[in-house]
Design a protein around this ligand. Structure first.
Ligand code: DLL
Length: 447
């Protein structure tokens, strides 16, 4: 599928004005979007049934004939696919194309067991670049911009995903990857990047190092940050915006479905447009598997509609969110996914209290004297789970104040989340910084 270029639709890529990378597709009336989804869903189910023995067996076991899937709502008859299915069929078992028909592989490192391997045909890579370009434009990037890409290159989809999308948009991309933070800062300032792509935690690490070096990135050419790959809060957004002097935009994706660019905020920043011409989004109750109404929280389930190499039927993302189909001020018709608040498998149960790291983060970020870096350490003490929240003092806050700050933070956590946690205040820079996804939880409980 060829992208609609700005030149084709006669739109000048002027800054400030609204700009769409694929205007017709992004503003498709919802009825036409549904018809397109139905057609593509049928093709996806046919592809999965004909070419992936795993899906054929699952569909047969559920007594679903591919021909019975006609409408978008019929997706509910399809069986779910789980991350474990990818692992169990390692490495290429869920691919609908032979290995020599694939243009690229990516893989997640996976903390336990085998990595998750995903594959792309040439067409899949083209679609990905288009959707990533669409996302960049949606976030406010424009052809001709300089995009500094600090997402990790390699098997992680962040680096190459953002890279090819930026090129497709017509931007100049600096393929920096993560790490060498001082060098990142020098190149951001020397080259004059307008757009920064990074995980939100790494963006803060960049801010820390810059401040340490006495470099004020607020004076740099940076105007927009595309931050994603891990949960982050509104408070964190404010902190990043304040310290880097840019507009921080949320971008979502996952390798099993494609990579970055599955959904992205527009300039309204009121939810992330999920690209419905390529993906079918559902929100379900993770316990009962029943659909939940728009506006209510549940697990995001995604079916791919155009993927050739790795068609995914009702993939259980484990990401907890809400969706809205209300019209958006930007004119795009695609639904909006609200901020991902956490993953159902990230949920900790501490003495009967269900807690997501993002809830603790929401309490910490914005608390005076505390830097926005933290780790939750979970241990078993006797027969009880115990959580220590390690936080970091802001520069200039003396150790004499640490006990008082710890008491305050513990009190806030108790009153906001209902959780009794020990709080330990560490000196500046003592909490490890990430170059990619931050490690927020150290679970030391015996397995
Ligand atoms: O993290 C792809 C990506 C790269 C997205 C760069 C955005 C930017 P995975 O490594 O497969 O892929 O991890 C996917 O990360 O299921 C979520 O749990 C989490 N995640 C991704 N984006 C966000 C976000 C990439 N904006 C997993 N907010 C997903 C919260 C996110 N969580």
């Amino acid at each position: 599928m060829g992208a609609t270029t700005p030149a084709e639709v006669g739109l000048p890529p002027s800054r400030g004005a609204r700009y769409y990378f694929e205007p017709q597709r992004e503003a498709l009336p919802r009825e036409r979007l549904a018809a397109l989804q139905a057609k593509r869903l049928r093709a996806t189910v046919r592809n999965a049934y004909a070419n992936v023995p795993f899906h054929r067996a699952r569909l047969d076991a559920a007594f679903v004939e591919p021909e019975e899937i006609r409408h978008v709502d019929d997706v509910r008859h399809l069986p779910f696919t789980f991350k474990t299915d990818l692992r169990d069929n390692y490495p290429f078992g869920l691919f609908a194309r032979p290995r020599n028909g694939l243009a690229r592989l990516h893989a997640s490192s996976g903390t336990t067991g085998k990595p998750t391997v995903v594959g792309y045909t040439d067409n899949d890579l083209r679609t990905w670049a288009d959707l990533m370009a669409r996302s960049l434009a949606c976030a406010g990037a424009r052809p001709g911009d300089l995009v500094h890409n600090a997402y990790g290159y390699g098997l992680f989809t962040g680096g190459l995903g953002a890279h090819y999308g930026a090129e497709r948009l017509g931007a100049t991309v600096v393929p920096m990857s993560g790490g060498s933070t001082e060098r990142q800062i020098a190149l951001i300032t020397d080259f004059g990047a307008r757009v920064l792509c990074a995980t939100p935690s790494y963006a803060l690490a960049i801010a820390d190092v810059a401040e340490h070096l006495g470099i004020d990135l607020r004076q740099s050419a940076l105007e927009i940050g595309l931050f994603g790959a891990e949960p982050w809060s509104e408070a964190m957004r404010q902190e990043i915006e304040l310290r880097l002097g840019l507009t921080a935009v949320d971008i979502y994706g996952l390798s099993e479905i494609m990579g970055p660019g599955v959904a992205c905020e527009c300039e309204e920043r009121a939810g992330l447009h999920g690209w419905e011409d390529h993906f079918l989004f559902e929100v379900i109750d993770p316990e009962s598997n029943a659909p939940v109404p728009d506006g209510q929280a549940g697990e995001l389930v995604i079916t791919t509609l155009t993927k050739e190499a790795l068609p995914m039927l009702r993939y259980r993302t484990r990401d907890i969110t809400r969706v809205t189909r209300a019209p958006c001020g930007c004119g795009r018709t695609h639904l909006r996914i609200l901020r991902i608040t956490g993953r159902s498998d990230d949920m900790l149960i501490i003495r009967g209290v269900n807690v997501y790291p993002s809830q603790v983060e929401a309490v910490l970020v914005g608390t005076p004297h505390i830097a926005p870096h933290y780790q939750l350490v979970v241990e078993r003490r006797g027969s009880l789970d115990h959580m220590t929240v390690e936080v970091e003092a802001r520069r200039g806050v003396g150790p004499d104040n640490f006990d008082g700050i710890a008491r305050d933070v513990a009190h806030h956590i108790k009153s906001m989340i209902g959780l009794t946690a020990e709080v330990v205040v560490k000196k500046p820079d003592e909490i490890p910084r990430s170059q990619g996804k931050a490690v927020r939880v150290r679970d030391l409980r015996p397995k």
